[in-house]
Design a protein around this ligand. Sequence first.
Ligand SMILES: Nc1ncnc2c1ncn2[C@@H]1O[C@H](COP(=O)(O)OP(=O)(O)OP(=O)(O)O)[C@@H](O)[C@H]1O
Ligand SMILES: [Mg+2]
Length: 384
Amino acid sequence: MRSFFNVFSNDLAIDLGTANTLVYAKGRGIVVSEPSIVAINKITNKVEAVGKEAKEMLGRTPGNIVAIRPMKDGVIADFEVTEKMLQHFIRKAHNGKSWVSPRVVIGVPGEITQVERRAVIDAANRARASEVYLVEEAMAAAIGAGLPITEPYGNMIVDVGGGTTDIAVFYDNIIRHTAVIPFGGNILTTDIQHGLMVMARQAEQLKTRFGKAIAEEASPNEIVSIPGIRNRTAKEISVKNLSSIIQARMEEIIEMAHTEIINSGYENRLAGGIVITGGGSQLSCLKQLVEYMTGMDTRIGYPNEHLGKSKLEAVKSPMYATAVGLVLSGFRSLDEREERYKDKSNQKQPVRVKKDKTASDFFSSILSKTKGLLIDDLDGKNEY
Ligand SMILES: Nc1ncnc2c1ncn2[C@@H]1O[C@H](COP(=O)(O)OP(=O)(O)OP(=O)(O)O)[C@@H](O)[C@H]1O
Ligand SMILES: [Mg+2]
């Protein structure tokens, strides 16, 4: 049998995310890390751009070009567009060589149906993959972040993605409980956008550069200046106010995750604690907030310890845990994997936590909690 990722390998591991798609090639590390966006010409139905380029076209495109995010809430919402995106990224990973037909391993949400699995495999085949293997994302994230899942004690992964937060409880090498919480990092950006009356791009920057999951950790004197764009006036935003908006939403997400830990029945057996991965895990002070709210040991799942030293820099981020885990778990098919974890007697059905609050309802509740703090940032007249 051909070993996984041999020297001349063209094989790829693909983490298809709602927010970002990552492609890892052995020996080269992360070769694609781009937003999961496709720009399509409505008249000709042709793909105009994919990834970063498509994102740049957002908002400044003529009316006949629409930007589509084919993945939604952690699942594939539009198979046709996903296929085009896969095709583009696979070709890009091989520097445009269209004759290469690689073996690919793709991370998929644990709860997708047999039909959806088939559709992902077909899409990858049509995108010139020679062999396609699917691995559950939660398993990949756990392997990438180095969770000791084979130990006879409990471990838990909380993957804070863009659209969703996926949790999985492992015990004795078996996934015992999984749940999808319908909020991830993107909703924080929306909250900030509305709460501080800034544009989406500014909100994203405020979150990633200055935001904290614990407002008290921000100094009251720390102020960020936002330049005026178009007809908006420049404004000053306090990092403390910014962080209270973030904290309110993060508390809600963690509370939902905690409920799932309790529902799993493994709450008192999680000696391995909680490992947080995904882009959202990079939020400052998140580990502390999770520890505080759950009372469990928590760490951020950096994947670097599990790879050759030379690749350290390329994959250092916990955002790459899933992609790295896909590589490490290799090309065993999902079926074989299920064979191996066949003692499923104690495994519960995956849970999809319901979206019971809309962003705007929730926002009015944080607004009332943080009104006093926010007031200095609101200058009502010229925004919205
Ligand atoms: N430094 C940072 N601080 C806080 N949030 C961040 C940071 N960097 C990225 N994010 C957030 O991480 C999220 C994207 O994470 P990731 O790439 O893991 O998602 P995904 O895998 O594409 O989504 P999903 O798992 O829901 O399909 C975005 O909401 C982004 O704003
Ligand atoms: Mg993800």
